[in-house]
Design a protein around this ligand. Structure first.
Ligand code: PLP
Ligand code: COI
Length: 340
């Protein structure tokens, strides 16, 4: 497969239009057969459910070129299932998981020229999403929906690559108890825009959200879960019903336990405890693992011993093992990579 002439090592996390995307429509109670299309634009009624009441959910995953030249997608079955869960919470008809996998497969195949080459540091980001497409003016679920998957090549989510980030404890909340924080709904991201623009304006890279009810426990950022490493080298990650169950985080806990022989703890993490940790990272499909060097809580700084120059040693090991599995030079657990 002839790859596109793109400066792969220097692309950021942005949208680049590729050749084909997948579309399926839900009407009269059923999904149609779906197909690939070249049309990147969508024409919608002015009163479409997604435009009025934000009825939309999405997913994010990546395709990679492995060391031996295969194209693989990392754990898309978990994204398929999470999108089913997200859809149900917003009263949308789930797109069947096996069809989700087929759609992803078709989109990667059709855009194979855009899957960045091995070693470039870039990957092909896949964005499945669905939304209420017919007109609704009373507050109720739409009757018609569209499911789509597009692909765009991406580089690192945070500028500066692997340089440790400085984040602030946000004054805003991301998700309410018993709300929608655990699903991947567009509304959670709309909520976070003012907070991230504010954080950037103040010179921070990201926000740390605390639990909305008590503001004493660590939740997550706008687009990634937290991982902490204790001084005695345990991996600790917050457990909460109002954070997104990150597939990267779940994979990293497995890697920590089974590849690196580390103890792992998924539990409530009081913010008070954060100053005791040796390392901190943000994990997600886009973020992979991005190291955090400093957290600022209203002027009070927590500086991790790993410093502001490089990843801490344990986060580095987790990063190396996970990316090795994704790029195919470390053996993956059964079922973790879908070959396209
Ligand atoms: N938390 C939020 C709010 C996210 O948007 C994401 C990104 O998908 C994650 C966590 C990380 O999840 P995953 O590892 O499944 O990409
Ligand atoms: C992802 O990691 O796939 C996300 O959806 C996070 C978003 C901030 C880009």
């Amino acid at each position: 497969m002839e790859k596109k002439q793109i400066d792969w090592s220097n692309i950021g996390f942005g949208y680049m239009q590729t050749e084909k995307r997948y579309v399926s429509n839900f009407k009269n109670g059923a999904w149609d057969d779906g197909e690939l299309t070249s049309d990147a634009n969508i024409v919608l009624n002015e009163c479409a459910g997604v435009l009025q009441y934000a009825q939309t959910v999405f997913e994010g995953m990546k395709a990679y070129t492995t060391e031996d030249g295969r194209t693989v997608v990392f754990r898309p079955d978990l994204n398929a299932q999470r999108m089913v869960d997200s859809a149900k919470r917003l009263e949308m008809p789930p797109f069947p998981a096996e069809r989700f996998l087929d759609a992803v497969n078709q989109v990667v195949k059709a855009n194979e020229a855009y899957v960045p080459p091995y070693g470039s540091g870039a990957s092909l980001y896949l964005r499945p999403y669905m939304f209420g497409s017919n007109a609704v003016i009373g507050v109720k679920p739409a009757d018609e929906y569209q499911f789509r998957v597009f692909a765009t090549p991406v580089g690192p989510y945070f500028k500066g690559g692997a340089k440790p980030l400085t984040i602030k404890v946000s004054d805003f909340d991301r998700a309410a108890p018993h709300g929608t924080g655990h699903i991947k709904a567009g509304l959670n991201y709309a909520m976070s825009l003012h907070a991230i623009v504010t954080a950037h304006a103040e010179g921070y890279d990201e926000n740390m959200y605390l639990d909305a009810a008590t503001r004493t426990f660590v939740e997550e950022t706008g687009g990634a879960n937290f991982l902490f490493i204790t001084k005695d080298n345990k991996v600790v990650t917050p457990k909460s019903d109002s954070i997104l169950p990150s597939i990267t985080r779940r994979s990293l806990l497995y890697v920590a336990e089974h590849y690196l022989n580390l103890e792992v703890e998924e539990r409530e993490v009081p913010f008070e405890e954060v100053k005791e940790f040796a390392e901190c990272g943000l994990c997600g499909t886009a973020a992979v693992i991005s190291p955090v060097g400093k957290i600022v809580d209203h002027g009070k700084e927590i500086c991790f011993p790993s410093g502001m120059e490089q990843m801490g040693p344990t986060i580095q090991k987790l990063y190396d093992t996970l990316t090795g599995i994704q790029m195919g030079y470390i053996e993956a657990p059964e079922g973790w990579v879908m070959e396209v």
